[in-house]
Design a protein around this ligand. Structure first.
Ligand SMILES: Cc1cc2nc3c(=O)[nH]c(=O)nc-3n(C[C@H](O)[C@H](O)[C@H](O)COP(=O)(O)OP(=O)(O)OC[C@H]3O[C@@H](n4cnc5c(N)ncnc54)[C@H](O)[C@@H]3O)c2cc1C
Length: 411
């Protein structure tokens, strides 16, 4: 069997690798290159305890409040186009406790298997490692910590195991010297992991190539259609003509709707753009730090600290807006100490693929042989390998995992 995967991000390359496990011959095509989308400059957390549906009641309250504040970590353009309106209204309808709980119940079986899929990659020859660590969710007031404590309790109420410890500011600083005196309380969320996402996804690409897979950069796919017993993947003229295969997986992240909509996928995927940069610290950072109030995630990367945040609802290809980097830095500065902010570099913007219901799209479309894998929003790194594993079984062997039912792309 021969399968073409469109999109060389974490989700597409994981799909390709697990397809190879099933004996499938794969070609991955990307208009830009490996990890050219959201899969490069993200925070790199593999954090099943925090992997929850994005739409929930407090996000709606918070979102409405922050619309009027230009320093807010949420940005919605002043002129909202029809498509964005549809997305925002759809998203708002999912911001209820009942729908969040339903979404969380769907996430639970994925969260429980997510890290094992990384183990399979690492045991199977991918030359990169995930590091087990705590994530320290840290707060400038005790009241602010209530939100995450409630959320973690709700996650645990679905039956998912959550290991956490509540710490005073001093206890947290003893373990995490980078936390400033402003932090008065922290939640140590245990047994999570982190990776250097760009390096990891590139190692995954190398492993796919080493097993005989082909990865082609500079191939922009313009459409996909059924052709006889297989599928035809149409590309822009300079890519050397259309490609043929038995099946295709569309894993184009925030760009998914363009290729998937003609195949019955009605769910919108909106770019929720995030920004990141890295800085030097006095003591090497050891574990991820999370500042939910500022919506900022920090991760140790090659001896530096990556600082990531912001949710900007704009087009996935819009240019980087430097003002957002300033907002992130201004919000984070008081919460950390021992950081040399003058060493800022690796400035980056990338589009989270966000769906209105906060659930990814994984599975078959209305066109035989055309599958989608995307829309993971905040959690495509954590869930990318498992998505690839489950979808590969479906594409190659027709085994449809029960836990994928809520993520039906045709819902
Ligand atoms: C600031 C930030 C922090 C984040 N932190 C985390 C985190 O800590 N943990 C976590 O789990 N997730 C995190 N995420 C989310 C995560 O980055 C995404 O969910 C994930 O990278 C999506 O992967 P993907 O493979 O679906 O899409 P992408 O990585 O965006 O890949 C899509 C690819 O498709 C290609 N493409 C698009 N259209 C076409 C076309 N027509 N033809 C050919 N190729 C095409 C693009 O070039 C791109 O390479 C974060 C995101 C951001 C922005």
């Amino acid at each position: 069997m021969r399968v073409i995967v469109v999109g060389a991000g974490m989700v597409g390359l994981s799909s390709a690798w697990f397809l190879q496990e099933e004996g499938v011959d794969v070609t991955v095509v990307d208009r830009a290159g490996v990890a050219a989308g959201a899969s490069w400059g993200n925070a790199g957390w593999l954090s099943p305890s925090l992997t929850v549906p994005l739409p929930e009641p407090s996000v709606l309250r918070y979102g409405l409040k922050s619309l009027a504040d230009h320093r807010s970590p949420l940005y919605v353009p002043f002129r909202v186009n029809t498509r964005l309106w549809r997305f925002l209204l759809g998203f708002a309808t999912y911001c209820t406790a009942r729908r969040w709980h339903r979404g969380m119940t769907a996430y639970r079986p994925l969260n429980e298997q997510a890290l094992a899929a990384f183990d399979a990659l690492e045991a199977g020859g991918v030359d990169a490692r995930s590091t087990t660590a705590s994530i320290f969710a840290s707060f400038a007031s005790e009241r602010d910590a209530e939100g995450i404590l409630d959320e973690l309790r709700l996650v645990a109420s679905t039956g998912q195991e959550v290991e956490m410890e509540l710490l005073t500011g001093d206890q947290a600083r003893a373990r995490q010297p980078l936390l400033s005196e402003k932090i008065v309380v922290a939640v140590d969320v245990r047994s999570q992991r982190f990776i250097n996402p760009g390096a990891y996804v590139n190692a995954l690409a190398d492993a796919v190539r080493a097993r005989g897979g082909e990865i082609r950069d500079g191939v922009t796919v313009t459409g996909v259609r059924r052709d006889g017993a297989g599928v035809l993947v149409e590309t822009e003229a300079d890519a050397g003509g259309p490609l043929r295969a038995d099946a295709v997986i569309l894993a184009t992240g925030a760009w998914l709707p363009k290729l998937a909509a003609p195949h019955g996928v009605r769910m919108l995927v909106q770019a929720g753009r995030g920004y990141s940069f890295s800085v030097e610290t006095e003591v090497p950072p050891q574990t991820p730090l999370y500042f939910p109030g500022a919506r900022v995630a920090c991760t140790p990367l090659d001896g530096r600290l990556r600082v990531a945040g912001m949710m900007e609802f704009r087009g996935p290809d819009d240019p980087l807006d430097r003002r957002r980097l300033e907002v992130i830095e201004a919000a984070t500065r008081p919460l950390l100490r021992g950081v040399d902010w003058s060493t800022r570099r690796d400035e980056w913007v990338g589009p989270r693929p966000v769906t209105p219901d906060g659930l990814p799209l994984i599975g078959a479309t209305a066109t035989q042989g055309v599958y989608v894998a995307g829309g993971h929003g905040m959690w495509g790194i954590t869930l990318g390998p498992l998505t690839g594993r489950l979808l590969a079984q479906q594409v190659a062997a027709g085994r449809i995992a029960r836990e994928l039912a809520p993520f039906d792309p045709l819902r």
